[in-house]
Design a protein around this ligand. Sequence first.
Ligand SMILES: [Zn+2]
Length: 456
Amino acid sequence: MRLDDVFLYLDGHFEEAIGDVVRLCRQPSISAQNVGMEETAKLVAAMLEEAGAKARLMPLPGGGPPVVYGELAGNSPTTLMLYNHYDVQPPEPLELWSSPPFEPTREGDILRARGVSDDKGDIAARLAAIKAFRAVRGSLPVSLKFCIEGAEEIGSPHLMEFAEKNKSLLKADCCIWEGGDVNWKGQPVIILGVKGILYVQLEAQSASRDVHSSKGATVPNAAWRLVWALASLKDSEENILIPGFRDTIRPLSPAELGAARDMPSEEEELKQSLGVKRFVRDVHGVDFRMRHLFEPTCTICGLVSGYTGPGAKTVLPSIAKAKIDFRLVPDQRPDDILAKLRSHLDKNGFQDIKIAQSVEGENPARTPLDSPFVSLVGDAARDVYKMEPVVVPTSAGTGPMFAFTDVLGLPVASSGVSYPDSRVHAPDENMRLSDFDKAIKHMAAIIERLGRQPGV
Ligand SMILES: [Zn+2]
């Protein structure tokens, strides 16, 4: 096999690669709490340099943790962009961890630490593959660029502006996305897109203060105002009722429909684990996957008003608040949906309901299934995992992929170290070392194939 020498080196140096993950995970980098960000950025830059890259910290246009940018020239001008993030989610609740979150702990095949799966294991996997090529062959078959941000877990504000401002610096041919996983059967899952998001708070205020509920016949109630406003957004058949909400949705390509059809079904497991009897609209099979992947959503994430403590308090609340997120699909845009939401509320008599955007919106993004880069990443996965990869047209989650697909014009596909029980964002986040080994080799195989197949 073409990569025998590189794989042999990797097998002999696996402990060093694990050492790199441990080094990264020992350094806390909690973007939501601004803990350890500068230190981690410097550590990542130093580790890129150790792997032979030129690295530097670049500020984001709106401030916040810097981007670690790196370059490593190879034998061909074909350039692969590696997007990752060095920040992690807060580790709380600490009492639910089996070992301290920032003291990486190894038990058999498991390495446990905050950020080990999302996304420090992926950073270390990229570095291990690169080091192996340089050690065995003296150089890389392709050129690499690194864009490793520190604000992914807080919604990547300003990353799109950063990409726009640095278009020529970030010029590349294709991009490997930050995270990737295998499913329960061990098949590598290759994800090609993300949904966008608009996150808002709706607020009703009916009086200047809460009053005795005996006044309920005459004084308006903020909780009812909000409930009526919310009820106008969606009917009981789950149709989103904001006029024009679906206007800009791009029709699905036959390939996208085919991919949703071919994906393995995991809905029964999900039903069991969540204890739900039926899904929305009673969907199952292909319809379940179609809705999950391709439908935009309108979700009430939280709802507060009045008194909800023990016993009774006869009070008429003056304020009610709801957090709502809309997951958006190509080519919906958060600003457009926000304007349509405002105008829908106004037209229905809810001019008094205030809307505040809780975090910056993100655009949806998708790489076409027929991109040659997607086949290349799939072929590389077949080489390493010895199993058929599952190509997923889009994740149902959100990330800053638009900056790469649409601003920089790159095809994007995922590769990574996770598995379904990685407990990303939760206590006991972990990575299986066997998955780490495969993710490193997948990265090496992608680099090797790109060197042979310029122009993807
Ligand atoms: Zn995450």
